[in-house]
Design a protein around this ligand. Structure first.
Ligand code: NAD
Ligand code: GLY
Length: 377
């Protein structure tokens, strides 16, 4: 590690020792590895062969990601004796749908995939959620491998086993918890990610710092410019740290009985804002950024944190180029109605994640009208 490295001493312990970082999500007989490194895509076949039976395999991707990385992935799999069928789904959240799922089933059944044949998701959270649900349900479950290529997917959605598709009645309404057998994260793929998508993913990294890790948050404050320049060592550290934190949460509460809801920080308001702006104006991470800034302010109004804590969170989001204010399209009554319609509302109350200080949270049960009134203050 050269002098003047962006990482502090605690980060230094964990990185730069080899060309990959290896974590394990400890879930008993469903434990699985997360492999993190730069330019590790070509190693996918060898890594899969170490965990899974070779033979037929499927890759699910979209034309954007496929155009960039599919040839390398197919070649890595064929070199390791996998016989590959690839299914391309059009790019976009609207294709995380039952129609796309039916297309995947049709193609993979025609290709005679077997119970031991893995499905590989090559793409962002849309492809990961869709391919994961296909893997959970095809032949009552085939092995699933995540190869996430967006920052959001690398730090959050590829780990933890939430899979599913959207329904005309709402987002992610059909799905299953289904853990992957391997997550392979090539941080070099972030170099082709559009900047707006990168920043939306960074909102989730900021979330992990805000709710669970004050050191991570302080690192982001100190080194934001290097993060945005995609400094390899720093990005690898951030991805690794977020995966460690996500693994810790999932190990403690895999099926979101209680503790896992901590990951919803910023999401209750974020989902409401996404819905009220017809999923057109904001990327998911951008809406979550607004939700986090407002949640921090609400925490302060409820007396759970001081004003400096709330301002620190808002300041970092703003410096990262993320939005933090509730848009005009979301006046209080509509906001209250949207919050009340959230699928996670129970007995009329939202389990709202409040900040106590950077790195520490508590749950507060709020009615939708009260939360909307606090949010617009
Ligand atoms: P996405 O999958 O739509 O990807 C964003 C865009 O980036 C797409 O156009 C994609 O084609 C493109 N892209 C992906 N990788 C690229 C690369 N390396 N280079 C260039 N372009 C690339 O969006 P996302 O933000 O990754 O995921 C959002 C989805 O994730 C939502 O459906 C959300 O519900 C889901 N999600 C799931 C979980 C979970 O725990 N399962 C958690 C958070 C979000
Ligand atoms: N992304 C939230 C969760 O996995 O629970």
């Amino acid at each position: 590690m050269p002098p003047g490295s962006p990482l502090g001493p605690s980060a230094r312990r964990n990185v730069g020792q080899s060309n990959v970082d290896l974590l394990t999500v400890e879930l008993g007989d469903r434990a699985y590895p997360i492999v993190i490194g730069a330019e590790v895509l070509d190693d996918l076949g060898r890594r899969m062969a170490g965990h899974l039976r070779t033979g037929s395999a499927a890759v699910i991707t979209n034309p954007t990601v496929g155009g960039l990385y599919l040839a390398r992935v197919e070649s890595a799999l064929r070199t390791a004796d996998f016989d590959v069928t690839t299914v391309e789904i059009p790019d976009g959240e609207e294709h995380k749908s039952l129609e796309s799922l039916a297309r995947i089933y049709d193609r993979l059944l025609a290709a005679r995939l077997e119970r031991s044949s893995p499905i590989v998701a090559l793409g962002g959270g849309v492809i990961g959620d869709l391919a994961g649900f296909a893997a959970a349900t095809l032949l009552r479950g085939v092995p699933f491998v995540q190869v996430p290529t967006t920052l959001l997917a690398q730090v959050d959605s590829s780990v933890g086993g939430k899979t599913g598709v959207n329904h005309p009645a709402g987002k992610n309404l059909i799905g299953a918890f289904y853990q992957p057998r391997l997550v392979l994260i090539d941080i070099a793929t972030l170099k082709t990610l559009p900047r707006r998508q990168l920043l939306a993913g960074l909102a989730e990294v900021i979330k992990y710092g805000a709710i669970l890790d004050a050191d991570l948050f302080a690192l982001l404050e100190r080194e934001l410019a290097h993060v945005l320049a995609l400094d390899d060592t720093l990005v690898r550290h951030l991805v690794r740290r977020c995966c460690e934190l996500k693994a810790m949460v999932v190990q403690r509460d895999e099926f979101e009985a209680d503790y896992r809801s901590i990951l919803n920080f910023g999401h209750t308001l974020g989902h409401a804002i996404e819905g009220l702006t017809a999923y057109q104006r904001y990327l998911h991470g951008e809406a979550v950024a607004i939700g986090m800034a407002v949640a921090a302010r609400v925490s302060c109004l409820k007396g759970h944190c001081n004003r400096e804590t709330a301002e620190r969170i808002t300041r970092l989001l703003e410096r990262a180029g993320l939005p933090t204010g509730i848009p005009r399209e979301c006046p209080e009554p509509q906001l209250a109605a949207a919050i009340a319609g959230d699928k996670k509302v129970a007995s009329g109350k939202v389990k709202f994640v409040c900040i106590e200080e950077v790195g520490r949270t508590r749950f507060e049960y709020l009615g939708a009208p009260e939360l909307a009134a606090l949010a617009v203050q």
